[in-house]
Design a binder for this molecule. Structure first.
Ligand code: ZN
Length: 109
């Protein structure tokens, strides 16, 4: 069972209290971008076996969107944080690196 903690209201709950919203930290491309960039933004998503960053909404609580860092194989949650960030907080990156040596944050710029 996946247990998440909403970073806004602090409530922890099973995944059924939340709604998954797909991959987090997507770089958006719009008018004026190349066809390849726009296609990538629309259709290409990571599906890693391991550390993944996702968007979740607290539908049975405050209703706000947030980000979660978790492992797709063990369901271990490394942390949750507000959706108004362009990358995970350093504390979450450090927690992941401590448990998954060699892991690195990808560059979205
Ligand atoms: Zn909440």
């Amino acid at each position: 069972m996946l247990i998440l903690t909403c970073p806004y209201c602090g409530v922890s709950g099973e995944e059924t209290e939340f709604h998954a919203g797909g991959e987090a930290h997507l770089k958006r491309f719009g008018p004026g971008s190349s066809d390849a960039d726009f296609e990538s933004y629309l259709f290409h998503r990571e599906n890693p076996k391991g550390v993944h960053f996702e968007r979740w909404r607290h539908v049975s609580g405050c209703g706000k969107w947030f980000h979660a860092a978790r492992c797709t194989t063990t369901l271990e949650v490394f942390g949750t944080y507000t959706a108004q960030t362009s990358e995970p907080p350093q504390s979450i990156k450090d927690a992941i690196t401590a448990k998954r040596p060699g892991w690195t944050w990808r560059d979205f710029a």
